[in-house]
Each structure stands twice: as C-alpha cells, then as structure tokens.
Design a protein around this ligand. Structure first.
Ligand code: MSP
Length: 513
C-alpha cells in the first residue's frame, strides 16, 4: 500500500537580517506543495524554521550591542509574522536555539564521535564568514574569493573535530546511482559529482573554537558544533530524534522533500546523507535545488540591502497576487527576475483579466438571466467539449506537474481552462442566446458549464491562492470543494449563487510608480 505521509521542509533561514522576497519564494513553493498534498489526502508535515547559531550572528549582535538571542528574537518573531501574512501553513517552526534541538545536537555529535566518524585534528583552511563556508583553494573563484558570494576568504588554523566524509564517498555514489531521483534538477546532481565528489571528498571540519555562539560540544569544552551539522540536523531533531521511537520520527522520517536553494544543495546532498549514514538512518527521498530570484540582474541579498519588506508587496497588491507571482513566474529550478512591474503585469494579465473577468462575467450573467439559480438541462453542443474534456483531464495534468514540482506549469494548466472558458463565452454568445426564450435550456447549460469550470479551477487553485479559492466558493455557494468532487458535473443544481464580488482590481502601473 502506498505510504500516504509527506514530509516537506524549507531550509532553516539565518535570522541575521530581516527576510526578503527570496526567502518567501522557497517558502511559498513549499507551502503550495504542502497544501496540495494535504488536499490530495496525504498526512503532511511541513517544516520551516531559523538557523540561529554561528559567527555571523554573533558578530551582528556584537555590533548591535546586544546578546545573540536578543538580536535574533525580534527577527524570528517578524519572520513568523511574515509567514502569517503570506498564509504559510507550516506544521512546525524549529529554532536551532530550542532546548530540544540543542540537546539532540550534542547527542548526535557524540554518537558520530563514538562511532569513530568524528576525530580531532587541526583545521587549516579558507573560510568565508558571511557564508559560513569553508573552501579549498581549488573551489575559490577566479579572483581567489568565495565562489558563492565573491567576498574575501580568510585563512584559519585551529584545533577542530572532523567528520570522516571521505569514508562515505563510495556509499554516497552508490546511493546516487540507486536513487536517480534523489537530486533534482539533474544538472545539480552532475555539479555535485563533478565538482565535489569525483575529485574526492575531504573530511569536514565540524567544530570551531574561534567563536562561542553555537551548540557546545559537551565532552570538550571550548568547541562548538560547526553550523552545518547543527543546521542540517533540524530535519530530524524536530521529529524527536535521537529518540528513534518518537511518534513523529517514526511517522515522518525519512523526509520526502527538502526544498533548498541551489547554493546549499551541496550541504544537503553530500554532508547530510553522510551524516545520516553515520547515524544509521534512512536518507531523504529527494532534494530539489531551486534557482534564485534576481533583482536588477543580481542576487537579492541581506548584505547588499537591495530589497523591500515583502509585506509591503502583500499590503499593496494582496497576498494572492504575491503568492501567484512567486509560484507562476519562474520555471522551478531556474533563476528568475523579481520586479514590481513584473508582479503588476502578471497580476493584471492572469488574475484580473483571465480569472477575475471570467468569474464576474459568469456570475453576472447567471444573475441577469436566471436570478442566480444554477440549473443544468444538458443541452449540449460540440463547442462544450473545448472546456468539458479539458476540465476532465485537468486534475491529472496538475497532479503530474505537482509531483514533478512544476508549480508554474500546474498553474499554467489551470489557467488554460480559465482561458478556454473565456473563449467559450465568446463562442457561445450567451447575450444572443438570451434574446430568444427557445434557447433558455441551452443558455442554462452554457452557464452551468462555465460555473463548473470555475468550481474545478477553484478547487485546484486552493493550494496556490487559498483565499481567492474561498471567495470563489462563497460566490458559487457550493459545498463541493474537495478533490473528490473534481469530476465535471458535481456542481449542485438548484442552488442560488451569492452576490459577485471583485476578486482582483486592475493595478494601474502609473499610480504605483
Ligand atoms: N541557514 C542556511 C540553511 C540551512 S538548511 C539546513 C541558509 N540560510 S539562508 O537564510 O542564507 O538561505 C536560506 C534559503 O533561502 C536558501 O535556500 C537560499 O537559496 C534561499 N534564498 C535566499 N535568497 C534567495 C533568493 N534571492 N532567491 C531564492 N532563494 C533565496 O542558507
């Protein structure tokens, strides 16, 4: 029998500065997938959180003249508020400063140490402080700087613990071979093999003595656990690990999907699987490395400060305009541009013209011709097929796209039904049918077909733009809003539609500028 649970995670974000639209991107996509799976009947556990330790945060707090936790707390509260505004339906929000997590990290570290996978040595290396990443000479960019952020790296040397990554090289490659869908998109898998694994995995420094803001290694005071061991373990400590009998752990591990940005695929597909092998645990089923949202051709970065509070966009354009843009605009896996203009264009074209217009025209016609009563005398004509046969196919089209994590294409498919429905109005010309009583039953059928397309679209849109779906259901006055009512023809007859309300207002570009 199919396992009906679905455990999905976002990365845990650094609360080193306020969150920007790039963080919203990952989180909204994860939210849509989580909502979709819930609607499809899965028992979903959707986790996000914050990665609170490390030198960078220690420094930021110092600069601000506060303790690290005093520095972090308001940022974390603000992040939670942002997720609320964006209607993120997470089941659990983990903070790496949570007591349960800290204790679990100490046990995880000790467990790997006892197994002989962690040993003490001397660390000499090149370290990028903003990225909290160590690099080897060969990995640096052309200018000898950090390959991710292109800032200067510094040489460090100190006593440190190491994790025997090298011991897991063959097992990791074997795992990749046996699980071809583990890393997606495939280009990222090739990057991992060519850039990191095939040249030979080097052991990983997993403790530091040069800063204190971290989980202390309890059997060796002075050492704190290196951030990536601390951070990656969040995916299991939240479930109750190291208690392997914890209910959540038994139910949800291994994760079905870790959604991560492309620059941290390396940590999730090399370090994390090797740590799990060391702990004797199952590996996650899939890691998807998505592209970045770019502003003005560059990365949106907290350090560069080229971003707005995402709540400004939500307050100006509405939560569903922002969610829709993030889900629809960029083919998942690629980089994509974010700009307010693009958000406006997308909203006007799809949400105002295609969706909003269809709903308002249809409901207005139902009111005008039949006092908002829904009936279906089934006087069909061949033109109906353009929407009926497509609507019948649509749930499986969407399901395939969502399973392949192509939310943008799933939305494109749903909007195809809405576009066809708008065309269907032009083709069937209800205002001409309405001129002759003899066409009454045909006109009722046309309106039924339109309302039914709207209902089916609204059910499928629920994962993406939930409030809009709710507003449509309210107008339709239908109880059939679940996936098991997706079959064409399930809209109740003899119901009366509610008053139509404007779903989205056209955004005038000039005014906004
Ligand atoms: N704390 C680590 C992750 C640990 S996961 C065990 C981290 N944090 S982060 O805050 O820097 O980034 C978190 C995620 O946000 C990454 O997946 C990153 O790709 C994503 N994004 C940050 N800026 C982004 C864009 N401009 N566009 C898309 N995603 C972006 O790395």
């Amino acid at each position: 029998m199919e396992n009906k649970k679905f455990y999905i995670t976002t990365p845990i974000y650094y609360p080193s500065a306020e969150f920007h639209i790039g963080h919203c991107y990952t989180t909204v996509i994860a939210d849509a997938l989580a909502r979709y799976k819930r609607l499809a009947g899965y028992d979903v556990f959707f986790q996000t959180g914050t990665d609170e330790h490390g030198q960078k945060i220690e420094k930021k707090a110092e600069e601000a003249g506060v303790t690290p936790i005093e520095y972090i707390n308001p940022i974390v509260d603000n992040a939670k508020d942002l997720w609320k505004s964006l209607q993120i339906s997470y089941d659990y929000f983990i903070r790496t400063t949570d007591e349960q997590h800290v204790k679990a990290i100490q046990k995880i570290f000790k467990k790997m140490y006892d197994k002989g996978d962690i040993y003490k040595g001397e660390y000499k290396g090149l370290y990028c402080t903003p990225c909290e990443s160590f690099w080897t000479e060969s990995q640096l960019d052309e200018d000898g700087r950090c390959p991710d952020c292109h800032r200067e790296v510094k040489e460090v040397s100190e006593e440190a613990y190491f994790f025997k990554l090298s011991a897991y090289q063959d097992k990791l490659v074997k795992f990749y071979d046996e699980h071809p869908g583990f890393i997606l998109p495939l280009t990222r898998k090739n990057e991992m093999l060519n850039n990191f694994i095939n040249p030979g995995l080097e052991d990983l420094c997993v403790s530091r003595t040069s800063f204190t803001w971290g989980v202390p290694v309890d059997f060796d005071p002075g050492h704190v656990v290196y951030v990536w061991v601390d951070a990656l373990s969040n995916y299991i400590t939240s479930l109750g690990y190291p208690d392997e009998n914890a209910e959540l752990f038994k139910k949800y591990w291994p994760a079905d999907l870790h959604l991560v940005g492309k620059e941290i695929v390396r940590f999730h597909t090399i370090i994390w699987p090797c740590m799990l092998m060391s702990l004797g645990l199952e590996l996650p089923k899939q890691v998807f490395g998505h592209g970045w949202l770019i502003i003005d051709g560059g990365k949106i970065s907290k350090s560069l400060g080229n971003y707005k509070d995402p709540r400004d966009y939500i307050n100006t354009y509405g939560v569903d305009a922002v969610r829709y843009f993030l889900l629809r605009e960029v083919p998942f896996g690629n980089d994509g541009s974010f700009s307010e203009e693009a958000l406006i264009t997308r909203t006007n074209a799809d949400l105002v013209n295609t969706l909003g217009n269809l709903v308002n025209r249809t409901i207005a016609m139902s009111k005008k011709y039949f006092d908002s009563k829904v009936e279906n005398p089934k006087v069909n004509e061949s033109v109906d097929d353009s929407i009926i046969s497509y609507a019948k196919m649509l749930p499986s089209l969407v399901d395939n796209k969502m399973n392949a994590l192509k939310a943008n294409e799933a939305l494109e498919d749903i909007f195809e039904l809405l576009k066809r429905s708008n065309k269907y109005i032009d083709d069937t010309t209800p205002w001409i049918l309405a001129k002759d009583e003899a066409n009454n039953d045909r006109l009722k059928t046309v309106l039924y077909n339109l309302l039914e397309s709207i209902r089916i679209s609204a059910i499928l849109l629920r994962a993406f733009i939930p409030s809009t779906s709710d507003r449509i259901f309210k107008m339709l006055n239908t109880k059939n809003i679940e996936f098991d009512t997706l079959e064409f023809g399930n809209l109740e007859t003899n119901i009366t539609l509610n008053e139509s309300e404007i779903l989205f207002n056209r955004i005038e570009v000039k005014e906004e500028k």
